[in-house]
Structure formats: structure tokens, C-alpha cells
Design a protein around this ligand. Structure first.
Ligand code: LLP
Length: 435
């Protein structure tokens, strides 16, 4: 469920007319709904009540400072993957002490920063990383809290580029040999074994792979509890969202119209499947949801530049491009495209939706059918709140888009569109090229 809907002919985010935002702040612009984020967070937390739950929002999905503050206000902690993300948590007023630091390539400087700032746990991905964390902690005269990421070798049945729980990808330590990694960890004087972690992939649309993975890991979790007195089990993130029918899925009626077996994963179904498995452990349970919390809470507003009618194909050229939203180009991901001004009297248009970047990969959709729209009109890509802005680049010297946060009838620019001087700030022409 989300708070993007038509009021009359106009697409609104909560009570804000999105065309007004586009006119005021220009395009391309990401717009996020605070209320949708809050609802998603509360629904997920409610589906797991009774557990000693700590939600660590996977901020790689959307790390805008205002969004982070919203999560901090809701009581969330963070799942972070770089020194930069750690600094963002602090800048947003969030708690690093309750946050976890993940990633396969933590540098010494990042480990030092995390130890100095204080984190809840390092999620360790390899034996050399254990040695490195121990070394840095020793230099600082500290003990580093750690959990090892175990790889349960479960097929998450999602896109190959976002599946992580299979044994042939770079993440974690295979479950079969994880006991040896914990034995190694226990020998390091500057490490404190606090927990265990897993994450099997992203955009999962059924609870089964989660159940399979948790069931596979639980006997090991019990062993760790006995052997090291661990206090937490992080089951990772990965809950999927609706992309295909994104706008309609904002409405509760859309969900109830779907028969049980055809309903995409809901937090309630996720909670109902996992709670009975996790509760008996008597441990703190960490979740690391990213996409579920913010994905359907954001849209990317863009302006139609040209409708190029070809002999056998039409192209709708918009002012957003693959540098702003790379998911379609990178994963063949589907993002619904809707007009900000709905007009059922207009004929349908079938077109490829493309951006201005000079390569054919800059295509958001092929042969998409939508209401005819023309030059100067605005359209919105739905479900763009997760892995949208955070994956954007400056390819073709295109500035980073603007970001706006909506709450009720209020909206505010929470990240100004980048200007040309800022883009060039770190660059210079070396003396030896100057004549
Ligand atoms: N925890 C760990 C250890 C992760 O690696 C990830 C995501 C998450 C949590 C959050 O997963 P989520 O709840 O958002 O599914 N850029 C891709 C998604 C990459 C996900 C990477 N890891 C996309 O746009 O689909």
C-alpha cells in the first residue's frame, strides 16, 4: 500500500499535486512519501511483534538525509556498507550504536571509523576480514562486536544480479565451514562474538526461500548460542515489492482482490511464516529491509521532451535517463509509467520510453502502452524510491536529480538538483597541460 493516487485527473503524493512539484523544482525529480515509509515500517514491525526486534534499515536503498531522519524518528537503526553511509547516519541524527556494518570489502580506515563511532556489530564476510578487524581493534585498544555472515546456499529465485545466498557468489561464509570461522574468531583477543547474519537476496516475492534459509541456519544458530552465548540473529533483508501494477497496489482493494496464492509477499505473510521459527530462539532478531520500506514510497518525475513517431515504432523521449534510474538498463527491471494528468479521452500510445543518453541501453521500457502524452507534459516512474537515486551517476555530464519529501499537504526540497560548478568541483587541468 502507498499514498500515490489520482485526485480527479491529477496524480497526487499524499495531498500534494505532483505537477506542482515538477513545475516548482523541475525534472527529473524524485519524490518520496513520508507517510508511505512510516506505514511500511510500522506494518513490518507489527508483523513481528513479540520478537525482540531491531529493524536496521538497509540505507543503500535510499540514503537521503531526510529519509534517514524519518527512520531515526521511527526508532529504526541502519544497515550500512561504507564509511560514507556511516557518516550519513551520524549526519542524519541516527544511532550508529544500534546499526550494523556489512560488506565484503571493509577497508582499515572504515573499520577504524566504525570502531571509533561505535556500531552494534560488524557483519563479517571472510576470515581475512576477521584478522583485519581484530588488528584494527587491537590498535585502538577496543573489542570489536562481530557476527559472521553465513551463506545458506538457498536459491532466492530472483534476478541473478541480486541473488546473494547461493554458494557461488561472493557473499558470506558457506554454512558448512562457518563453524571453523567462528572458532577462528573466538581466538582473536580483540573480537567479541555477538551474533550471526544471513541475507539470501533481494526482491523476493514469496516467503518460501526465507523459510528454507532460516530453517537451514537455525541448528547452527542454536550451536552458536551454546558455544559463544550469541545474542542476535540477523535474517537480512529482501522482501519484494510490486512493480508491475504499482499504482493500483496503493489501494487495499487491489490486495484483497488477489487470491491468496497470487498475492505478492506482504509483511504479514513474511511475519507469519518466520515468527514461529524465530521466536523459540530467544534471541534478538535483526531485519535489514531496504526496498520494502522505501521502494513504493518514491516516484521519479520526468518531462516528455519529444514524441518521436517512427514508421514502425514510436519513441517517447523523456528528460530522465539511465543515469537517474539505472534499474531498467541494468536488470531489465519494470517500472510503471503514469501521466501526472490523466485523461481517459485520449487515445493509447504504444512507444519505447527512452532517455536522452547516447546509447541504446538508455531505455526504460520497450513497446509500453500508455495514455498519449506530448511535449512538455509530466509523467512519473513508479516504485522508484529504492535503488533509484542511490544508484544514479553523472554519465553524459548530467547533474544528479533533485529529491523532494512529502508529508500530508507539505513538501520540501530535501536535495537540490546538482549544479554544474559542484559537478566540476574536484576536477582541474594540470599545470603540465597549460600552455
Ligand atoms: N542486507 C544485505 C546484506 C544486503 O546485501 C541487502 C541488499 C539488504 C540487506 C537489503 O535488501 P532489500 O531489502 O533492499 O532487498 N540494486 C538492486 C538491489 C541490490 C540489493 C543489494 N543488497 C536493485 O535495484 O534491485
Amino acid at each position: 500500500m502507498h499514498h500515490f493516487h489520482y485526485t480527479g485527473q491529477k496524480l497526487h503524493c499524499e495531498s500534494v499535486d505532483l505537477a506542482a512539484v515538477a513545475r516548482l523544482h523541475g525534472t527529473p525529480t524524485y519524490v518520496y512519501s513520508a507517510r508511505t515509509i512510516e506505514d511500511n515500517y510500522r506494518r513490518l514491525a507489527a508483523s513481528l511483534t513479540g520478537l525482540d526486534l531491531q529493524i536496521c534499515y538497509a540505507m543503500k536503498a535510499n540514503s537521503n538525509l531526510a529519509v534517514l531522519r524519518l527512520f531515526a524518528n521511527l526508532g529504526a537503526a541502519f544497515d550500512l556498507v561504507s564509511g560514507g553511509e556511516l557518516k550519513r547516519v551520524t549526519a542524519a541524527g541516527g544511532s550508529t550504536a544500534r546499526s550494523v556494518f556489512a560488506g565484503v570489502g571493509k577497508t582499515e580506515a572504515e573499520i577504524r571509523l566504525a570502531l571509533e563511532t561505535g556500531v552494534f556489530g560488524f557483519h563479517v564476510e571472510s576470515e581475512p576480514e576477521l584478522a583485519r578487524i581484530n588488528h584494527v581493534a587491537g590498535q585502538l585498544g577496543r573489542k570489536a562486536p562481530i557476527a559472521i555472515r553465513v551463506n545458506p546456499d538457498v536459491d532466492a529465485k530472483t534476478h541473478a544480479k541480486i541473488t546473494t545466498g547461493k554458494s557461488d557468489n561472493k557473499f558470506g561464509i558457506p554454512l558448512k565451514v562457518a563453524a571453523a570461522a567462528y572458532e577462528a574468531a573466538a581466538k582473536y583477543p580483540h573480537l567479541e562474538i555477538k551474533g550471526v547474519q544471513m541475507h539470501i537476496g533481494s526482491q523476493l516475492t514469496s516467503a518460501e526461500p526465507f523459510v528454507e534459509a532460516v530453517q537451514k541456519v537455525i541448528p547452527f544458530v542454536e550451536q552458536l548460542k551454546q558455544a559463544y552465548g550469541i545474542s542476535y540473529f540477523s535474517v537480512g533483508g529482501g522482501i519484494g515489492i510490486v512493480y508491475q501494477d504499482a499504482l493500483a497496489s496503493g489501494d487495499a482493494a487491489w490486495w484483497s482482490a488477489r487470491p491468496e496464492g497470487e498475492r505478492p509477499l506482504t509483511p504479514e505473510a513474511y511475519g507469519a511464516a518466520l515468527k514461529p521459527l524465530l521466536a523459540p530462539l530467544g534471541l534478538k532478531i535483526l531485519l535489514e529491509p531496504g526496498r520494502f520500506l522505501v521502494g513504493n514510497a518514491g516516484v521519479l518525475l520526468t518531462r516528455v521532451e519529444y514524441l518521436k513517431r517512427g514508421s514502425n515504432k514510436n519513441f517517447l523521449v523523456v528528460d530522465a535517463a539511465m543515469n537517474d534510474l539505472v534499474r531498467p538498463a541494468m536488470y531489465e527491471a519494470y517500472h510503471e509509467l503514469v501521466p501526472l494528468l490523466r485523461d481517459s479521452a485520449r487515445p493509447a500510445l504504444k512507444a519505447d520510453i527512452v532517455g536522452p543518453i547516447c546509447e541504446s541501453g538508455d531505455c526504460f521500457a520497450k513497446d509500453r502502452t500508455l495514455q498519449t502524452v506530448g511535449e512538455g507534459e509530466f509523467v512519473a516512474f513508479m516504485s522508484a524510491g529504492a535503488y533509484g537515486y542511490t544508484m544514479a551517476s553523472r554519465y553524459n555530464t548530467r547533474a544528479m536529480a533533485a529529491e523532494v519529501l512529502v508529508s500530508g499537504s507539505r513538501f520540501e526540497l530535501v536535495n537540490a538538483r546538482e549544479n554544474f560548478d559542484a559537478m566540476l568541483a574536484g576536477e582541474k587541468i594540470p599545470g603540465f597541460l597549460k600552455t
